[in-house]
Design a protein. Sequence first.
Length: 178
Amino acid sequence: MAQFNLVTPFKDMHGKYATGSDLSYRETLGTKHSYILQHPYKGPFSEAQNTMRHALGAATQYVAILFRDPAVKAEWTVRCEGTTYRRVDRYCISEYYKIFKSDPEQLQAALAVIAEDKQRQQREHTAKERSKALAEKALKEQQEQQDQSPTALLQRQVDILSAQLADLQLKLKQAQHS
């Protein structure tokens, strides 16, 4: 889908401007141009197309996981210098795509890493939701007790702040992994 950054009249635009449109905008090596797809393919995907799409999707997900490590990203940045790629992630994706297309064992290994990462993210999400639910339950129980003593009010504030701190720590951990 097209992405517009509105500046008088348009600063930047790329992709299709509407679903089903044959008009597309692109920037290649600094040159902006538009084109019309004369004969867009509308049939079912062939086995080769599905294999290509599967390998490219795996490469994209695998690189996203790899680039969470700043050392790996720095290494690929050095490798990307001197190429026509302006974005390191796209260079890395293209390299892994070539590997995955030619070596099914490497593709399977990457898919295992991707599945493990998804499971880890699911476990973290579940733990986060569980801690939120427990904090909300404790807060609700305290509200039901309606103890208005200064000590109880302070304890309730400490519990709320503790839950917020746990949530912020989890967000920070996820941001560091991203």
